[in-house]
Write a protein that binds this ligand. Structure first.
Ligand code: NAI
Length: 252
């Protein structure tokens, strides 16, 4: 059977858990050789194992996306091992503190910006350089509904995700003529370990569900389906776009 990513190579950051793991699995399902990257070596190894058990091909590279040198080395290792880079999902991210501006720590702000925004820039920068070598590619950056609207007590996260959308559009503008498409995905609240702290409080969970007209939170695979579509040639006329996958959150 012909698959969208036959002969192609995909890289996913934050692939040791949640949306990143689901995206890595779907790239592999659709025929890609997958580079699974994360700071969490155990989670990354589990993702590789899941892909291999399903008959796919993957290997793990530890990289902290807050460090430019790690991102450069990650892309280098990808090309050394598999010879090319066709698709990348810059997904690694953290939630950060639950504080409004005046109470938000400077260190906490810096950390969220370092991982959620600077990390996406570093990865995009080195991925584009590698994709130019094989005549093109597709990058999907993991934004959020909070890349379009704000949410209480999350200034760093909201600012970083808005930045990811701007960076995505900027890179799309500069590289579309070179065969590289860059898009952003904006999940609503998705059931992953990122929300683990909130799950303990049923009132908070009910409040979050009520924000999604579809009447539930999302599943990681529902985001991953959009990631692989945006990465494939099936979306060949789509670039510089922000795609919500949010159960209607932004329609309210
Ligand atoms: P998760 O917590 O399940 O997975 C995030 C992964 O990123 C973890 O494996 C973690 O080890 C890794 N990571 C954290 N810091 C890193 C770093 N410095 N370098 C490399 N890897 C690092 O979270 P989830 O929910 O899968 O989130 C993935 C992305 O989706 C994030 O960018 C998040 O902001 C975004 N997102 C999540 C939503 C949700 O409701 N779960 C909603 C909207 C966006």
């Amino acid at each position: 059977m012909n698959k969208d990513f036959d002969g192609k190579v995909a890289l996913v950051t934050g692939a040791g858990s949640g949306i990143g793991r689901a995206s890595a699995r779907l790239y592999a399902r659709d025929g890609a050789r997958v580079v699974v990257s994360d700071v969490d070596e155990e989670g990354g190894a589990e993702t590789v194992q899941l892909i291999q058990e399903a008959g796919g091909e993957a290997f793990f590279v530890r990289a902290d996306v807050a460090k430019a040198a790690d991102c450069e080395a990650l892309v280098k290792k990808t090309v050394e091992t598999y010879g090319r880079l066709d698709a990348a999902c810059n997904n690694a991210g953290i939630g950060g503190e639950a504080n409004a501006c005046a109470d938000y720590s400077v260190e906490g702000w810096q950390k969220v910006i370092d991982i959620n925004l600077n990390g996406v820039f570093y990865c995009t920068k080195y991925e584009i350089a590698a994709m130019l070598q094989n005549g093109g590619g597709s990058i999907v950056n993991m934004a959020s509904i909070l890349g379009q609207v704000a949410f209480p007590a999350a200034p760093a996260y909201v600012a970083a995700k808005h930045g990811v959308v701007g960076l995505t559009q900027s890179a799309a503008l500069d590289y579309s003529a070179h065969g590289i498409r860059v898009n952003a995905v904006g999940p609503g609240f998705i059931k992953t370990p990122l929300l683990a702290a909130l799950e303990a409080d049923p009132d908070t969970m009910n409040m979050l569900v009520s924000l999604h007209p579809i009447g539930r939170l999302g599943e990681a695979e529902e985001v991953a389906e959009l990631v692989v579509w945006l990465s494939s040639d099936r979306s060949s006329f789509v670039t510089g776009a922000y795609y919500p996958v949010d159960g209607g959150f932004l329609a309210r």
